[in-house]
Design a protein. Structure first.
Lengths: 285, 782
C-alpha cells in the first residue's frame, strides 16, 4: 500500500500539472455568409430632442473600422427618418451630433422636443437609400417612482461596508417591466448593476432590489428605475442572451428580437424612455 | 368448404400434437452466487427445440412426452449442464450453472452469435460489466453507461457532451429504468459520470429501435438496467479506491439458497481535499475559498424465495450531487439527485405462465438555496412517480411466446418552484407550477415461430396520459421479424411507433441538472415517433460477427424553445415553446469478436438528423414573432460519422490491456455570422461588438477523436482477488473542441472627450476540457 500511495500521489500531481495545460487556443474558422442590415436605436425621452443612431451590422470577421474612422465607419447615412404622433410629423436631419453630457452619439436629429405625455403613441418610418423601409410603433409609459433607498450595515460592528435596498411600488393594475441600473458616484462609470425585471413573480406590490455589502461611507449611489415596454425588455434580454452565449457553452444564444417592421430586415429598438433617478449618499453607522 | 375442412384437420393435429407434449420449466441461476441468468439457453438439440430464460431467469419449454431426451442448459462463460430426461408430465427443473470458463464478472449479455442470428430482436446493444471495468473512462472510474456509448448508433465521445442521443433522438427520449423504476437524470458531475455503479449492476441492455411492446413512454431508446440480486451462497464483497472516488459492495445470503442481500455505495472525496485547502488558507485575504463538491450513491437490494413459485425482490437507489459554498454573508447550496424504490413479485402460475408484478417509486429533484444577509432565495423542480405494473409471460407452445401486461403511473410535477424574499417578510417573490398526470398503458405481443427460418414478434401497445382534464391516447404497433437464410445469415426488419407524454425542458441541447420535466397539457401534445429498421447479421467465422442496420425515424411534435426564451422563473413556460417535426436516418455497421485472447468490436455509424417546421405554441408570446416557422436545422448532436474501435487483449491470467479509439464528426454549434454596435442609453457603456445570431446550429466543430488505453494487473492474495487498473484517457493529448467563442481585442480611443473601447481585431478561440489524463484505481473482491 505504501508504494500504491506513492504512485497515487505522483499521478495526482501529474494530473494537476496536465490540467494546468493551456486548453484554449486560437483557431481559424470560416463563418456562414452574412448579409449586413440596418441597426436602429431610437429612444424617445420626454423633454429631449427627437434623435436616433442608425448604423449597419457587418459580417463577424469583416474589416473593422480604423481607429481614425471610428465611429464614422459604422454609420448608415442618407436615410429619411420621420416620427408621427398626435397629428404631428417630425423629420430628423442626417446630422452627426455628440452629447458630451451623456457621451452618446446620434446621426439623425431634430430640434423638436419629445412631449411629456403619458400614453402618447408614436410611429416611426425610416426609408433607406436603397428604397427599403423600417416602421415601428411605441407608447410613452408612466413613470414609476423609487419609494426609498435604505442603506444597511452588517450586525458585526467591525464591518465598514454597507448595502443598499431600493424599494418601489409596482402598479397592480398592469403587467410591468423594469430596467434597473445602479451607478457608484458618477453615471460615467460602468454600472454596479444593470438588469431587467418584470412583476410576474411579485407576490404583492412592494418590490426591493438589493446589493452586496460593497459601499463605503460617503459613496454616492445613483439609482435609476426605467419603466419599460415589454418589447424593449425583450430586445434588451435578447442582446444580453446573444452576448452571454458567446463564450458560454451552456448559454442559450438568441437572435436579436426587435420591435421593428418593414422590408429592410433591420434590428434595433424604437421606444419611450421614462425613468426615475435618485442620488443617495451612504452615511456612516 | 374444403378450406374449413383443412383448417379443422390442422387444428386437430395441433391439439393432438400438443396433447403429446409436456412442459419443462424453472429458473436458471449461477451456482456460485445464486444470481439468476438472463438469456440462458434451454434446449433439446436432438429435436431442434430451444428457448431462452426471461429477464427473471425463468424458462419454459414444451417437449415431447414419453420420450428419452437430452436436455441442455447453457450460457456463455458457464459450463453447460446436460440432463437425460424421460418426461411423462409437466416438470419443474431449476438449473444451477457453474463457471466452466473462468470469467471475472457475470457476463451481462451473453447471446452467442448463433443466438443473435436466431433472435427476432434487432437494434439492441449490451455491454458486460467485465468490459466496462477494463475499458477506461474518466479518471479511472468504470462506467457501464458510458461504455455502452461505444456501440454504433449511440454517439460516443465528444468533449463535455452529456446525455444520450440515440439514433438522432434528443436527451429526453431515453427511457432509463433501474430495476424497472424510471431514472430521470442518470448523470453525476454534470454528466461526466453516470448514476450506475458498475459493481452493483447485473445487466444493462439498450434498445435503439424495434422496441418490444412492454416498453413505452420514450421515443428513441430504452435502457434497462438490472441490479444484482446478491450472493445467496456466501458473503462476498468488492470495491475499489480511485483518484476521485471509492466504492464498496457487500452481498451475501440472509438464508442460504433462499434469500440474499446486496448493498453498494460510492462517494467522491475531492471535497475532503478542498476543505483542507480552504482551512489552511482561511486567514489569507487574497484566497477565494473553493466550493465543496461531491456525489454519492447507494444501492440496496434484498430478495426472498418464498416458495417454488414465488420470489420477492425489494431494491432501492439513492444518489445525490452536492455543491455548496458557505460564506459570512453569502451561502449557496445546490443539490440534485434521484431516488428510486422497487418492490417486485415473481409468481409462476403454471409451467407455461409466469408473472412479474412491480411497484416502483421514482423521484428526481434539484434544489438551489441561496442566502444573502436578510434575504433568501430558493429554486427547485422535481418529478415524482408512483407506478404499478404487471407483466405476464405465457408460452402455450414452442411456436408462440406471449407477453401481455398493463401499467399505470401517477406523476407529480413541480416546475420551477421559486421562493424568494426578505426574512422579515416584507418582500416576497414566488413562481412555479404544479401538475399531476396519470400515464397508463397495456400491451400484448407474441413471438411466433412460423418455421426454422421465419420468426416474427408482433405486438400492440395502448398508451395514454391524463392531466387536468386533458387526455391523450395512442396505439403503438410493434413488429420485428427475422428470416434466416442460412445458419450464418439472417435478415431482420422492425417497426415501432412510440408516444412520449413528458418533455425535458433543456437548454440548447445541453443536459444540465436544472433541466425540467414538463407534462403533456392541453397545448403541449405528446411527442410521437415511427421508426423502421432493416438489417442483416452474418457470422463471418467462429470468432467474428458482422451486423448491419439501416434505420429511418419520423419524429413528430418535437419541442424547442423559441428564440430568446426565458427558462427560469417563468410562470408560463408554454409561451416559450415551439413545436415541430424531425427526421433521423442512418446506417450502422459493426464487426465483433467475442472469443479468444483478443476481443472487441469496430463500429461505424453514418447518420443525419434534421428538425423543421417549428410553430410557436403561443403566437402572442413575447418571443413568438421571431420564432414563427423556424427551421430546418440540425440539432447539435447531429453527427455524420461516428467510429469506435474497442480492443481488449488478455496477455496472461494476470495482465489485460485495452485500447479504445473513437472518432466523430464535430458537434454542431450556434455561432453568430454577424455583429453590430449597440450604444445603449446614458450610463451604459457602448458595446462595439454584439453578436448577431441567425440560423440555429450553423457551424460544425472540428472532428473529435481520442485514444484511451488501460492495463489491468491482477493479484491473487489469500483473501480473494485484487487488481491495479492503470488508464490513460486521451493518450495522444488531442485538443478536442468543447466550444468556440469569438473574442474581439479592444483599444481605447477618445471620442468627443469620452473614452470608447474600439475593437481592433477579432479572434476565434477553441476551448478544450481534457488533456492527457492518466489515473490508477485499486480494485478488490473477496
Amino acid at each position: 500500500m505504501h508504494i500504491l500511495a506513492k504512485i497515487t500521489c505522483s499521478l495526482i500531481v501529474f494530473s494537476a500539472l496536465l490540467a494546468s495545460c493551456n486548453l484554449e487556443q486560437e483557431v481559424d474558422i470560416e463563418l456562414p455568409a452574412y448579409n449586413d442590415r440596418p441597426v436602429v436605436e431610437f429612444y424617445l425621452e420626454p423633454g429631449q430632442p427627437f434623435r436616433a443612431l442608425i448604423t449597419r451590422s457587418d459580417a463577424y470577421f469583416d474589416d473593422l473600422p480604423s481607429l481614425e474612422n471610428f465611429p464614422g465607419g459604422l454609420l448608415l447615412e442618407g436615410a429619411e427618418v420621420e416620427v408621427s404622433y398626435g397629428g404631428n410629423t417630425v423629420r430628423l436631419n442626417n446630422q452627426l451630433f455628440f452629447n458630451p453630457q451623456t457621451g452618446k452619439l446620434y446621426n439623425y436629429i431634430a430640434e423638436a422636443i419629445v412631449p411629456d405625455q403619458t400614453g402618447e403613441e408614436f410611429e416611426l418610418l425610416i426609408t433607406y437609400p436603397n428604397g427599403t423601409v423600417t416602421t415601428a410603433q411605441t407608447t410613452l409609459l408612466p413613470k414609476v417612482q423609487i419609494d426609498s433607498v435604505v442603506v444597511e450595515y452588517p450586525d458585526d460592528l467591525t464591518d465598514t461596508l454597507a448595502r443598499a435596498l431600493t424599494y418601489f411600488t409596482d402598479p397592480a393594475e398592469t403587467s410591468n417591466f423594469y430596467r434597473r441600473t445602479l451607478h457608484l458616484n458618477t453615471l460615467d462609470s460602468l454600472p454596479e448593476q444593470d438588469f431587467i425585471a418584470d412583476d410576474g413573480i411579485v407576490d404583492d406590490n412592494l418590490v426591493v432590489f438589493g446589493t452586496g455589502f460593497d459601499f463605503e461611507e460617503g459613496d454616492t449611489l445613483i439609482n435609476t428605475l426605467y419603466h419599460i415596454s415589454e418589447e424593449y425588455a425583450t430586445f434588451l434580454e435578447s442582446i444580453d442572451a446573444a452576448a452571454a452565449a458567446n463564450g458560454n457553452p451552456f448559454g442559450q444564444p438568441s437572435p436579436i428580437i426587435s420591435n421593428l417592421q418593414g422590408n429592410a430586415n433591420a434590428i434595433g429598438i424604437f421606444t419611450g424612455l421614462v425613468y426615475d433617478r435618485r442620488f443617495d449618499i451612504v452615511e456612516g453607522r | 368448404m374444403i378450406r374449413i375442412y383443412v383448417l379443422l384437420i390442422g387444428l386437430l393435429s395441433a391439439a393432438m400434437l400438443q396433447a403429446q407434449e409436456v412442459t419443462i420449466s424453472g429458473t436458471i441461476t449461477d451456482a456460485e452466487s445464486g444470481e439468476t441468468l438472463i438469456g440462458a439457453t434451454a434446449a433439446v438439440p436432438s429435436v431442434g427445440l430451444g428457448t431462452t430464460s426471461n429477464p427473471y431467469g425463468f424458462y419454459s419449454l414444451s417437449v415431447p412426452a414419453n420420450d428419452s431426451l437430452t436436455f441442455v442448459v447453457s450460457y456463455v462463460g458457464f459450463q453447460p449442464q446436460q440432463y437425460s430426461l424421460y418426461l411423462t408430465s409437466d416438470t419443474t427443473l431449476n438449473v444451477k450453472l457453474g463457471s466452466g470458463v473462468q470469467l471475472d464478472e457475470v457476463v451481462v449479455k451473453a447471446n452467442s452469435f448463433r443466438e443473435q442470428i436466431n433472435s427476432t430482436e434487432m437494434s439492441v446493444e449490451a455491454i458486460s460489466t467485465r468490459e466496462a471495468k477494463i475499458i477506461p473512462v474518466l479518471l479511472g472510474e468504470s462506467d457501464i453507461l458510458k461504455t455502452v456509448q461505444l456501440k454504433p448508433g449511440i454517439p460516443s465521445g465528444s468533449e463535455g457532451r452529456t446525455g444520450l442521443f440515440v439514433r438522432g433522438g434528443s436527451a429526453d427520449q431515453n427511457l432509463i429504468v433501474l430495476d424497472e423504476a424510471v431514472v430521470y437524470n442518470a448523470n453525476h458531475l454534470f454528466g461526466f459520470f453516470s448514476t450506475f455503479n458498475t459493481d452493483a449492476v447485473k445487466d444493462l441492455k439498450i434498445y435503439k429501435g424495434g422496441f418490444p411492446a412492454e416498453y413505452g413512454g420514450r421515443l428513441s431508446s430504452v435502457i434497462d438496467v438490472k441490479l444484482k440480486e446478491g450472493n445467496n451462497q456466501r458473503l462476498a464483497g468488492s470495491g475499489g479506491i480511485g483518484l476521485i472516488a471509492s466504492r464498496l459492495t457487500l452481498e451475501g445470503p440472509i438464508q442460504k439458497d433462499k434469500s440474499s442481500f446486496i448493498v453498494s455505495g460510492r462517494r467522491t472525496y475531492v471535497d475532503l481535499l478542498t476543505r483542507q485547502v480552504n482551512r489552511a488558507n482561511e486567514d489569507s485575504e487574497d484566497f477565494s475559498p473553493i466550493p465543496d463538491y461531491y456525489f454519492y450513491d447507494l444501492n440496496a437490494k434484498v430478495n426472498f424465495t418464498l416458495s417454488d413459485k414465488d420470489r420477492l425482490f425489494l431494491s432501492g437507489y439513492f444518489g445525490r450531487d452536492v455543491f455548496g459554498f458557505d460564506g459570512d454573508f453569502f451561502d449557496f447550496n445546490f443539490d440534485w439527485g434521484n431516488a428510486t424504490g422497487t418492490a417486485r413479485w415473481n409468481h409462476v402460475f403454471s409451467p407455461k405462465l409466469f408473472a412479474n408484478t412491480t411497484f416502483t417509486y421514482s423521484d428526481y429533484q434539484y434544489n438551489i438555496e441561496n442566502r444573502i444577509t436578510g434575504f433568501s432565495f430558493g429554486l427547485g423542480s422535481n418529478i415524482e412517480d408512483i407506478n404499478l405494473k404487471t407483466d405476464f409471460y405465457y408460452a402455450p407452445n414452442n411456436n408462440h411466446s406471449l407477453r401481455f401486461g398493463a401499467m399505470a403511473t401517477r406523476h407529480f410535477f413541480t416546475v420551477g418552484r421559486l421562493q424568494a424574499g426578505s426574512e422579515d417578510g416584507l418582500v416576497s417573490f414566488s413562481a412555479g407550477q404544479n401538475f399531476t398526470g396519470l400515464e397508463f398503458g397495456a400491451y400484448v405481443s407474441d413471438e411466433i415461430t412460423f418455421s426454422e427460418a421465419l420468426s416474427v414478434n408482433a405486438g400492440l401497445r395502448f398508451s395514454g396520459f391524463s392531466n387536468d382534464g386533458n387526455t391523450y391516447v395512442g396505439l403503438e404497433p410493434r413488429f420485428a421479424g427475422r428470416y434466416k437464410f442460412t445458419d450464418r445469415f439472417a435478415a431482420k426488419a422492425s417497426y415501432a411507433r412510440m408516444y412520449q407524454y413528458m418533455h425535458l425542458i433543456a437548454n440548447a441541447g445541453v443536459t444540465l441538472p436544472t433541466d425540467i420535466w414538463y407534462p403533456s397539457t392541453e397545448q403541449v401534445a405528446p411527442q410521437r415517433s415511427d421508426q423502421v429498421a432493416l438489417g442483416g447479421s452474418y457470422i463471418l467465422s467462429e470468432d467474428y460477427f458482422l451486423n448491419v442496420e439501416g434505420y429511418y425515424k419520423w419524429l413528430d411534435r418535437q419541442l424547442q424553445f423559441v428564440d430568446g426564451a426565458q427558462i427560469f422563473v417563468n410562470d408560463n413556460l408554454e409561451e416559450e415553446f415551439a413545436v415541430g417535426e424531425g427526421r433521423a436516418y442512418g446506417l450502422e455497421v459493426s464487426i465483433e469478436k467475442k472469443q479468444g485472447r483478443l476481443t472487441g468490436w469496430i463500429g461505424y455509424t453514418l447518420a443525419r438528423t434534421q428538425l423543421e417546421n417549428f410553430e410557436t405554441l403561443d403566437p402572442n408570446g413575447r418571443f413568438a414573432q421571431e420564432s414563427e416557422g423556424f427551421g430546418p436545422f440540425s440539432p447539435i448532436y447531429d453527427r455524420r460519422h461516428d467510429v469506435s474501435v474497442v480492443s481488449i487483449y488478455e496477455i496472461s491470467d494476470r495482465v489485460t490491456v485495452s485500447a479504445t479509439w473513437v472518432y466523430g464528426s464535430g458537434d454542431l454549434t450556434w455561432l453568430p455570422p454577424g455583429r453590430f454596435s449597440f450604444q445603449d442609453v446614458q450610463g451604459l457603456p457602448f458595446e462595439a461588438v454584439v453578436p448577431d445570431f441567425r440560423e440555429r446550429n450553423n457551424f460544425r466543430l472540428p472532428a473529435y477523436h481520442r485514444l484511451d488505453l488501460s492495463l489491468v494487473w491482477k493479484f491473487f492474495p489469500d483473501w480473494g482477488e485484487s487488481d491495479l487498473t492503470f488508464s490513460v484517457v486521451n493518450a495522444y493529448d488531442r485538443r478536442n473542441a468543447f466550444f468556440l467563442f469569438l473574442e474581439p481585442e479592444f483599444e481605447e480611443v477618445e471620442t468627443g472627450g469620452q473614452p470608447i473601447e474600439v475593437p481592433t481585431r477579432i479572434a476565434a478561440n477553441q476551448v478544450s476540457l481534457f488533456p492527457i489524463l492518466p489515473s490508477i484505481t485499486w480494485n478488490f473482491k473477496f
